[in-house]
Structures are given as structure tokens and as C-alpha cells.
Design a binder for this molecule. Structure first.
Ligand code: WT7
Length: 657
């Protein structure tokens, strides 16, 4: 993780401007504290009020939080609603159908504007088509799509008919896609002929074909293909269908299927420290509430804003802050197909200027790589663009180091826009710890304070609070509406993993370390406490990568750790023992490249180890446990100061170092 120590050395504080506070939804620390106090006084009443004000309910709820089956908590259980109705119809009914919902910019710069009226039609057409294909309430539909309006339409259409979607990031391999199709028991797959990024076409349909051919997903009856490039694709008659053909004659109306608040809206796979990726299951009511509410609080969204979240719809950020949150409020948002460096590294700044973006949300890795490129080329420097429309700028996915924070604040935000460093996770559904732009004084490197209603704390291994200023384990003390409901198909993994007995069984274990400042109460995230890596804001399990490596016929054993990296936060370092002799020189380079490509095929390019080191063995204790701590030090190039007396084979350290 990038070092955050400068917070301790130079507590630099940035206060919100008067202008910002004057118009903000949360207009100052007083207003923030009043909300937090309301939640503390009457926890259920607080959430019930927000749920009534923010969402439209077909059948009002009478129950709020139900703890009877803890940790399988439910919220607003007897209420009924539809996510798609909340995201589209109600804005049209309110007379805002002509408002632009999505300003879509393609890789090549082509811009398409989609109004709420258009969106309603397109979602209804697709929802009707899905119904014709016999997709029913509760069925799972996998969406393997690029950044596209069609991707959002597919998600919303599923929500409309009560089907549960599971979006798989377009960068995942056929094997990863296959595993998810099998695990979720999909009956339909929505994909695309080719994806366009950075001027290059990537064949999604052929990857999907490969995934389907791997077997185990015979339940997939229909493969719906969005024609993006017109590139050649293989076709399986009877199974494959063009999206534009199946929607062509569908009626403009499709009555929303009213579902209970707890009805699963989607399942999104994410990595854990052990085992295969887990299907994080989110519900309809509580999830949508928080996606919308945090738009109002963390971004201080107002109807006149143009919002832009650069995340992919394949991640939780793209779910909460593209497909659901902004639409639930009737916002206008930019959606971008391409990459920040094409045609050049000024693309983001140019787009902000052209689309008059006022709220911008991106990842620290993107900022750090753009800093590097801007330093040597003024043409792509944010100072060369008119970014005066920006009001609030945010980051997500990993810690942002103070130097990058300051650059972002000064050069992108013009020393005028609050930087909201938002800490949250796939599991939390929406922001958990983040500044409120009109209220919270900012300290670079800290995600500051929990949102009103969120009871975050730092505890020790037994679940006891640790004193402020001391590091510990980040937990959430009370259930909140948008928390994951379970791990799909594995409720035990949910309860044991997220509400472990060791902590008393009642605290939500985030998997991150944190420290709370003794003066301000501000949280600083110190990184994962488990074997999960964070590369460019993407979550990867070390075990997943190890399993991929040992699946290669050349490999006998493998151990994977993270190494801090200036740009991507962390990089993957793999220590590998081959079945044959330890390779050296060119042979080692050749095999390392082969293994890298192999991991790319097994999981996806994001999981490729940056460094592969070969040894005759791995450092193990006498009982055979791999000493990862030592491997982390070796990966970092540190001299080993730890006690190695319990090591079975100390000589191996020289070979791997
Ligand atoms: C993990 C969650 C949240 C959506 C994108 C990632 C890390 C996330 C921050 C932040 C420090 C952060 C944590 C967390 N993380 N945001 N602002 N500061 N760390 O979602 O893939 O579920 O990953 O990302 O380690 O546990 P995810």
C-alpha cells in the first residue's frame, strides 16, 4: 500500500468553502452530526425515513430491520418495489422524461445522448424480449458486456422483470466466465460481438463461446448478442440471438414486476482470501436506498449536475454509481467506453470539459498514471483544460497517497473542489466512510468519517475496541440496509467470513486494517488484513492466482504475494517451484512469460504476475506452512530481519531474494 505516514507528520487540513457548504445537502459538521445523532437515537426510524423519502414503494413497508435470523439481516421486508421503476418510470411520470440520463462517449469519441424516455423504451423492449425467452423472476442472467448503454439496459431490464443479474467484467477470461456461469446457474447470457477499447477490438463473443463450451452451464438456453463492431462471430443457431433483432417488435410498455425489498437484485463475484470467488448477493430495497442516498450525500448530487463515474459496470462501483444510484435520482451522467490514455492521456480532462462534468469519480491508480504522463507532456496536463465545471471529485478502490491526493485537488479540482476519498466494498453496496463535501474538513490520505447511520469501528482480534491512534481491524457494528445478504449458494461462507465467532459473531468484518485518529476520529485504511491483493483497485485473491499457476503442467508449487507499487498500489509477485529443474537466464524469462500468459487465460489479464521468481522450494516451517511474511519481504527487496529459525530450509531465501 502507498505509505500514508505524512498524515501523522504534517496534518494538513482542507476546509470546505463557504459556497460549497451553503448549498450542500449536508451543509456543515453540525448537519452531519445531527444526522449521525438521529441514527444513534432511533436507528430504525432513521433508515425508515430515508427509505420513504428516497425510494418509491409500490407497497409501503411496515417492518424496518429484522434481526431474528442474524447475521442474515433483512430490511423493509414486507415492502414492495421495483428497482427499474425507481430508476426510470418515476422520473418520466414526474415529467422529466426528456432529461438526458446517459451521455455515452464511445472509444472513438462518438457521443450518444439517451433520455429517460428513451431509456424506458429500451428497457421495456429488452425486458419483454427476455420474458419471451422464458426468463422469469428469480432466474439468473449473466451479463458479459463492455461499457455500453446496452449493458445498463440489460441490467435494468433484469431488474424490471425480477430476474437477478450477475455482471462479469469484460476483462475476465473464458474460464472465469465459465466458473461464474456455472456457480450462479445462469439461464441466459448477454454479451457483445466485440468490445472497443483504446482503438482495439476484443472478441467478447468468442470468449463467451469458449466459456460455454467448457461445460457445466448447459442451463444457458439463450445467448443474446449486442452488435457493437459488426466483427465476425461464430453462431450457434437456436441459442444465439441478436439483441437488435429480438427487441425490434417488442411493445414500448412492460409492467414492472413488484418484488419484495429483499428480492435479490444482483449477484456480483469478488475475490476472498480463500477458495473460488464468492457471489456477493445484494437485495433490491436496502441496496437501492443506499446507492441513491450516497449520491446525495457523498457527491452532494443536485439535478443540475453532470455526474461521471469512470468505473466499469463489471465492478460494484459501476453498479452503484452508474447503473443504479444516478438513475434512481434521475441524474444526468457520462458513461465512457474507452480508456483514459486513448487517443492520449488527456482524454478524461477533455471529456470533463466537453461534457461540463461537475461530479467526477475515479480510481487512485488512474490518477497516478495520469500524473506521470502529464508531467512530461503539457498537452495532456489537466491545467491545459477548462475544468471549471467541476464541483466535487472523488476516489475509490484503494488508498490514495497524499501526494496524488494533492495533485488531484490542485490540478483537477482547481483547489476548489472537495476530494471525497470513499472507502467501501463490493459487500457494502455503497459508501461507508467518506467525507461529506460541504461539511467534512479533508485530510489527504484519510477517508475521514463514517456516513450517518454507519457504525464503523476499529477492534482487536477478540472484537474489543482498540484505543484511537492504535491500528486494528475495521468492523461495522450494526447491520445497514445495503449490506450483502449472503454469499450465493454458500450461506456458511457468508456468516463465518463476515461475522466471525472470534469477534463475537455480531461485528461485520471488512477485511481491512484501519486506524482512527485520536483527535479527529478520522479513519485511515491501512490495507487488507487477509490474503487479498488490490491491483489498480481490482481485488484479487492470492489463492486464486496460486491455483491458476499450479494448474499449469510445468508448475509444482506456487505462492503469491503483493508488492507495493507507486502506480497500481500493489503488483502481483509469484514464487514458483517447477516440476523440473529451476530455470535460469533466458529459460527463466521464457517460462515466466508463458506462466504470465497462462494466468491471463485462467483468470484474466489483471491477475498476471508482474514478477515471477523461481526457486527449488518455498520457505516453509517444519510443519510445512509457507511463510508468506518472508515472501512479502523478499518481494519488497527488504533484508530479512525476521526470525528464520523455524524455517525448514533457510538457504532457499538466497535463491528467491
Ligand atoms: C477493498 C474493496 C469500493 C468499490 C471498489 C472496490 C479497498 C476501497 C478504498 C479507499 C482505501 C480502499 C479496501 C476494500 N478500498 N476503497 N477509499 N481507501 N482502501 O471494491 O473490489 O470490493 O474492494 O478495496 O481494501 O476492502 P472491492
Amino acid at each position: 500500500m502507498p505509505v500514508n505516514d505524512s498524515i501523522l507528520q504534517e496534518p494538513e487540513v482542507f476546509f470546505p468553502s463557504e459556497a460549497m457548504s451553503a448549498h450542500a445537502t449536508i451543509s456543515g459538521m453540525g448537519a452531519y452530526r445531527a444526522l449521525a445523532a438521529e441514527a444513534e437515537r432511533d436507528y430504525e426510524g432513521f433508515w425508515a425515513r430515508l427509505a420513504r423519502e428516497t425510494l418509491s414503494w409500490h407497497k409501503p413497508f411496515t417492518q424496518v430491520l429484522n434481526e431474528a435470523k442474524a447475521p442474515f439481516y433483512t430490511w423493509f421486508e414486507d415492502g414492495e418495489l421495483n428497482a427499474s421503476y425507481n430508476c426510470i418510470d418515476r422520473h418520466v411520470e414526474a415529467g422529466n422524461g426528456g432529461r438526458v440520463a446517459v451521455i455515452f462517449e464511445a472509444d472513438d469519441g462518438t457521443v450518444t445522448r439517451v433520455t429517460y424516455d428513451d431509456l424506458l423504451q429500451r428497457v421495456c423492449h429488452f425486458a419483454n424480449a427476455l420474458k419471451k425467452l422464458d426468463v422469469k423472476k428469480g432466474d439468473r442472467v449473466v451479463i458479459y458486456m463492455p461499457m455500453s448503454v446496452e449493458g445498463v439496459v440489460a441490467m435494468q431490464a433484469c431488474a424490471r422483470i425480477g430476474a437477478t443479474h450477475s455482471v462479469v467484467f469484460g476483462g475476465f477470461s473464458s474460464k472465469s466466465l465459465n466458473e461464474r456461469l456455472v456457480d450462479v446457474g445462469a439461464t441466459a447470457l448477454v454479451t457483445c460481438d466485440e468490445q472497443m477499447r483504446g482503438g482495439k477490438a476484443l472478441p467478447l463473443k468468442s470468449i463467451a463461446d469458449e466459456a460455454l463450451a467448457m461445460g457445466g452451464c448447459e442451463a444457458v438456453k439463450s445467448v443474446i448478442v449486442y452488435r457493437r463492431t459488426g466483427g465476425k462471430v461464430a453462431w450457434s443457431e437456436g441459442r444465439d440471438l441478436w439483441m437488435h433483432e429480438i427487441v425490434a417488435n417488442e411493445p414500448d410498455q412492460c409492467a414492472p414486476e413488484w418484488v419484495g425489498a429483499e428480492h435479490p437484485l444482483f449477484i456480483l463475484y469478488t475475490s476472498g482470501s480463500t477458495g473460488t470467488p464468492k457471489g456477493v448477493q445484494h437485495c433490491t430495497g436496502g441496496y437501492l436506498l443506499w446507492a441513491a442516498q450516497t449520491m446525495k450525500w457523498t457527491f452532494d448530487w443536485k439535478p443540475a449536475d453532470v455526474f461521471w463515474c469512470t468505473a466499469d459496470i463489471g465492478w460494484i462501483t459501476g453498479h452503484s454509481y452508474i447503473a443504479y444510484g444516478p438513475l434512481a435520482l434521475g441524474a444526468t451522467q457520462v458513461m465512457f467506453e474507452g480508456v483514459p490514455t486513448y487517443p492520449d492521456a488527456g482524454r478524461f480532462w477533455d471529456m470533463i470539459a466537453r461534457h461540463k462534468v461537475s461530479l467526477f469519480y475515479t480510481a487512485p491508480t488512474a490518477i497516478r498514471s495520469l500524473i506521470k504522463l502529464a508531467e512530461t507532456d503539457m498537452k495532456v496536463h489537466p491545467d491545459s483544460f477548462d475544468l471549471s465545471t467541476l464541483r466535487v471529485i472523488g476516489t475509490v478502490g484503494e488508498p490514495i497517497n497524499p501526494a496524488a491526493w494533492r495533485w488531484y485537488y490542485e490540478h483537477v479540482g482547481g483547489s476548489r473542489c472537495p476530494v471525497v476519498d470513499t472507502w467501501w466494498q463490493t459487500e457494502t453496496g455503497g459508501h461507508m466512510i467518506a467525507p461529506m463535501p460541504g461539511a467534512t474538513p479533508l485530510v489527504p490520505g484519510s477517508c475521514t468519517l463514517p456516513l450517518p447511520g454507519i457504525l464503523a469501528a476499529v477492534v482487536d482480534e477478540t472484537g474489543q475496541d482498540v484505543p484511537d491512534g492504535q491500528g486494528g481491524i475495521l468492523v461495522v457494528k450494526r447491520p445497514w440496509p445495503s449490506m450483502l445478504r449472503t454469499v450465493w449458494g454458500d450461506p456458511q461462507r457468508f456468516s463465518k467470513g463476515y461475522f466471525p465467532e472470534e469477534l463475537g459473531g455480531k461485528l461485520y468484518l471488512a477485511g481491512d486494517g484501519a486506524v482512527r485518529d485520536s483527535e479527529t476520529g478520522y479513519f485511515t485504511i491501512t490495507g487488507r488484513i487477509d490474503d487479498v491483493l488490490n491491483v489498480s483497485g481490482h481485488r484479487l485473491g492470492t489463492m486464486e492466482i496460486e491455483s491458476a499457476l499450479v494448474a499449469n503442467p510445468l508448475v509444482a508449487e506456487a505462492a503469491v504475494v503483493g508488492r507495493t507499487d507507486e502506480t497500481t498500489g500493489e503488483v502481483v509477485v509469484a514464487f514458483v517451484v517447477l516440476k523440473g529443474a529451476r530455470p535460469e537466464g533466458e529459460e527463466a524469462v521464457k517460462i515466466a512469460n508463458e506462466l504470465r500468459a497462462w494466468v491471463g487465460k485462467e483468470i484474466g489479464p489483471i491477475a498476471k504476475p508482474k514478477v515471477i521468481r523461481f526457486g527449488e522450494n518455498l520457505p516453509k516451517t517444519r510443519s510445512g506452512k509457507i511463510m508468506r511474511r518472508l515472501l512479502r519481504s523478499l518481494a519488497a527487496g527488504e533484508t530479512i530481519t525476521q526470525d528464520v529459525s523455524t524455517l525448514e530450509n533457510p538457504a532457499i531465501l538466497d535463491q528467491l531474494g
